[in-house]
Design a binder for this molecule. Sequence first.
Ligand code: BTN
Length: 240
Amino acid sequence: MKTFRYEITDSTNTRAREYAKEHFADEPVLFVADAQSAGRGRRGRSFDSQKGGGLYLSLLFKPTGQECDAARITVRAAVALARALEKVAGLSVCIKWVNDITVGGKKLAGILTEGEICENGGFRYAVCGIGVNLYSREFPPELADIVTTVEDCVGIKADKDKLLEVLTEEFFSESGFSEIIGEYRKRSSVIGHRVEVRRISGEVFSAKAIAITDSAALLVETEDGRREELISAEVSVRAK
Ligand code: BTN
C-alpha cells in the first residue's frame, strides 16, 4: 500500500484529507506518524499523540458496498484493531459504542472517521484515523485517570510496526459486515448497561443500552420506556 510516514505531523487525518483533494485515485493510501502536534478526536477534542506514545495512522480509501457510512467504517476499524491487539499483544479489549477501545473502563484507543460526501450521498473518499496508546507514559492530568496503554495492560512493549501490519490486514480483510458487527456486539461494553447519553445538541439523558443494530446505531430505552436508535451521540456507562 502506498504509505506516507512522518516523524511528526499535525494530524494524519488532515494529511490524508489534503492528499485526497489533489491525488486520490481508487487505491488505499496509509498515513502514519510517530507524533502529532494536533491529533484530533470526535467533537473537536484533541487526541494525545506524544512521540514514543503510540500508533497514529489514517487510512484513505474509497468505501464500497454496504459500508458506505462513517459508523460502519468505524465499526470495521474497531473490530480490526481488537483482533490485531489480540494477535500482536495478547490483549482482549472492549468496544464502547461507537469509537472507543477500552480495557477496564479506560480508553486505550480511539477512531475518527471522516470523509467527503458526493452528490449521490456516498463517500467520494473516507479517512479512518486510528490512535492507539501503546507505551506507558505520563498523560496530562485531565486524562490520567481515564486512559490506559497496551504496556500498562499487558506489561510488554508491543511491536508498533507489527500492529500496524496486522491492523491494516484486518481492516481490508474479506470479513463481511454481518460477521464484523457480530464481533463488535460481543465486545460491547455498553449493551445491557445503564448509560448517560449526550446528544450533539448537548442534551443529556439516562437510558438503558439495549442493542446495536445492523447499521451500527445504538438502540436505547429511556426511563419512560421510549425506544430510540442513536446514530450519533456519546454514551458513558453507569451501573448495570
Ligand atoms: C477519538 O478518540 O475521539 C478519536 C481519536 C482518533 C485519533 C486518531 S490518531 C490518528 C488520526 N489522526 C488524528 O488527528 N486523529 C486520528
